[in-house]
Structures are given as C-alpha cells and as structure tokens.
Design a protein around this ligand. Structure first.
Ligand SMILES: Cc1ncc(COP(=O)(O)O)c(C=O)c1O
Length: 403
C-alpha cells in the first residue's frame, strides 16, 4: 500500500503555499483543497432549503445525511447495533452546553457529577454550572506535578449517585492521551455515563468510540482539517432518554435533529464531506488508516520538538517531556526568564504562528501553579508540518530560549 508523499500532502493545503509556518493547529488547522472545493460546489449547486421535492433540495437533504454518516464512521462507529448518533453544532462549546442542559433536565434529585480539572472549559463549565440547579459537582483534581487526572484519584470520588464523569481525552495544554477506557470501566461500575472531550485527540489519532466504550464523545471539525463546526457522538439509547431543545413538534425519538435547533450548517456538512474525500485520498483503505498515517508522520516531529525544548535548561515543558505513542504534538512550555508574549512575538516576526495563554484550560493552569493570564507558550503541529518548518522554528527560537 503506498501513501502520498509528504510534499503531495502539503500541496493539498493551499494555505501552506504562503510560506507562513502554522504551528497553532490545536487552535485550528488548515483545510485541504477537497474541503474548499466541496464547500464552493455546494454554494454553486445546492444552496437551497432542505426537505423539498425538487432536485437541489433533495441533494441538500442528502448532503446532511451523508455528512452525518461520514462523521459517525470517523468516530469509529460503523456498527448497525448498538449504534450511536451524531449531533452537529457550531462548536464543541455549544454542543457541551446543550448536552449538559439536556442531561440535567432528566437527572434525579441528588445526582452527582464529576468533572476533570484538566479539561478545557467547554467540558468543565457546563457541568459546574449545574450546581446552581441543585446537583452535587465534584472536581476531580489534577496531580499538581503532572497536570493529569489519574484514574486512581477518580475511584474514591465515585458513588452510587454519580451520573456523569466528564474528562478530556487529551488536554489541549498537556498533549498526552488519557486512559479513557479505564475511566469508563470505573464509571460504568457505579452506573455513571462518561462524556469525553476529544477535541485535542481527533486531529492526531483514529477515533474508536465503540471500542473505548464511552457514552458521549465530542470534537470540533475545524481542528481536523474541516469546516468550522463540531460533532457530538452519543449512544442512541442515551439520546432516546433525553429531550433535545428543538421545537416541540420535532420528534424526540433519539435522532439528532431534536438536538439541533435551527439545523446544522449546510455548507459545513458539504465541507465535512470534502474532508471525507481528503481522508480517502490520504489512505484509500479507510478513515482510521488515514489517521494512523497522520500519527506516523507526527511522531518524529514530536520527538524533535521535545528534544529541542529539553536541551534548554530554563524551560519547563508542561505535560510529558518524553516522546511516546501517547504523547501528541501539542507541546506547551514556560521559560524562567522570558514571558510567553515575548516568545510568540519573536516567532511571529519571523513568520511562525504559535500562541500563548491558558487556551481556556484556565483551571488546569491554576492547578499547575501557573498564572492563567500568562499561561504557556504552545507549539502545536499537524501531519502537514514539514521538517523545514521545524528547523526554522528551532533556528528562530533557539538563541532566545537558550538564554
Ligand atoms: C480540548 C478542547 N476542548 C474544547 C475546545 C472548544 O472547542 P470549540 O471552539 O469548538 O468550542 C477546544 C478549543 O480549543 C479544545 O482545545
């Protein structure tokens, strides 16, 4: 089986031709020409309302169905039974607010919710706010040395009343993969459901929601080379027990539309199908193989960035400092003598886009003893990052960070 070369992959992303080095991929990735073309074609040919009997409207309706089906498979769900549904929304933040509200409407009095402190606020705040509705919310604290929420510290927090455990699959600051299978087994023992934020995982490795056994999983397509929207996967049996916020006459039968007030973005769905074509081009054997290829490309890049940072005595890497198959190329650090703002300004002046801040993992920063308003400097790569780009990064930041 032969895959496209790295230069062919890069040539598929028009924005990369500008020569600017994009290393803020955890904030948002670039898109391949497949996504751009699919979106443009949709506007040219099919930009009408869904649900009509005329050809363009039939195609528009089909566009949403096919995007949903592609994303279901991308989540790692191609089972006929038990299956899940994909709810589409404008962002992960919107979808998590919608999910927490819908779940809270059905929770019994006295129900408890456990939330990982290491999470992005999108999967923390919506649950913490449920305290105001009378539910007990427990923060699953991070280990202040590593920033991780370990399964051993979850176990004593679980009770027969625990209804939800919410956690990130990968923190968007720490960059390492959490053991969601162990967490899910622990949670299921007391009957709790697990809600996983996969936003920082999905651009780097294949999703396997059915194998992992989780109940809910969410990611943002704009960080996975697609349009600016997000997708939430949930087990059909769980959706059937909830009422979505759509109009009262929309059937509440466990299908996604009940959870999509106003409907999904039609052009976003077209763009998602463009993403499907890109993944098929990357690896005709399947979406999972395409994402495995992305991981293989990224692994030596991660090693080099970590080796570069580890060679600077005044740098503290936030997250694991050693490369491993569970260490993704979202790499944060702080320097003892330089501000993050100075570091990113130097990079930007030389044509390299990296960012600093708390990246909405505000509580994690505080737990790690960092000032959230200063946060970390984050270098985040993608399978589109080239060796030349890394060398430019090292040449630009090397002298400054050695100080
Ligand atoms: C780990 C993680 N979760 C959630 C989000 C929120 O995603 P969205 O912008 O789609 O709301 C982000 C965005 O940066 C993220 O990195």
């Amino acid at each position: 089986m032969s895959f496209p070369s790295h230069s062919e992959i890069r040539a598929r992303f028009p924005a990369l031709a500008s020569g600017y080095v994009f290393m803020d991929n955890a904030g948002g990735s670039q898109v391949p020409v497949d996504v751009i073309d699919a979106t443009t074609r949709y506007f040219h040919e099919t930009y009408v309302q869904v649900g009509g009997d005329y050809p363009a409207s039939i195609a528009a309706t089909e566009n949403i169905r096919l995007a949903r089906e592609f994303l279901r498979q991308f989540f790692g769900d191609d089972l006929a039974e038990p299956r899940g549904e994909v709810v589409l929304g404008s962002s992960t933040t919107v979808l998590m607010n919608l999910l927490s509200d819908s779940i809270a409407n059905e929770l019994p009095a006295g129900a408890e919710i456990i939330v990982a402190e290491s999470g992005h606020e999108a999967n923390v705040g919506p649950w913490v706010r449920l305290e105001k509705r009378g539910f007990k919310v427990t923060i699953w604290p991070i280990d202040p040395e590593t920033g991780h929420c370990h399964p051993e510290t979850l176990a004593p927090l679980l009770t027969e009343q625990t209804a939800i455990v919410a956690l990130p699959h990968v923190s968007n600051l720490l960059g390492s993969v959490e053991d969601i299978e162990t967490v899910t087994k622990l949670a299921h023992k007391v009957g709790a459901k697990v809600v996983v934020d996969g936003v920082a995982f999905a651009p780097h490795l294949p999703l396997q929601v059915q194998d992992w056994g989780v109940d809910w999983y969410v990611f943002s397509t704009y960080k996975v080379f697609g349009p600016h929207m997000a997708a939430l996967w949930g087990r059909t049996e769980h959706l059937q027990k909830l009422n979505g916020p759509n109009h009262f006459f929309i059937p509440q039968d466990g299908t996604a539309y009940a959870f999509e007030p106003g409907g999904p973005s039609h052009e976003g769905c077209a763009g998602s199908r463009g993403l499907e074509r890109y993944l098929e081009w990357l690896a005709p054997t399947g979406k999972q193989a395409a994402m495995r290829l992305a991981a293989e490309i990224e692994s030596p890049l991660t090693e080099q960035v970590l080796a570069f940072l580890n060679s600077k005595p005044n740098i503290r890497v936030i997250g694991p400092s050693e490369a491993s198959s569970k260490r993704l190329p979202t790499i944060s650090f702080v320097h003892s003598g330089l501000s993050n703002a100075e570091i990113v300004a130097t990079a930007a002046a030389s044509g390299i886009g990296i960012k600093s801040g708390h990246f909405y993992s505000y509580r994690l920063c505080k737990g790690l003893g960092l000032k959230p308003e200063e946060g970390v400097t984050r270098i985040s790569l993608s399978h589109t990052t080239s060796q030349e780009e890394l060398e430019k990064l090292f040449a630009v930041l090397g002298p400054m960070l050695s100080a």
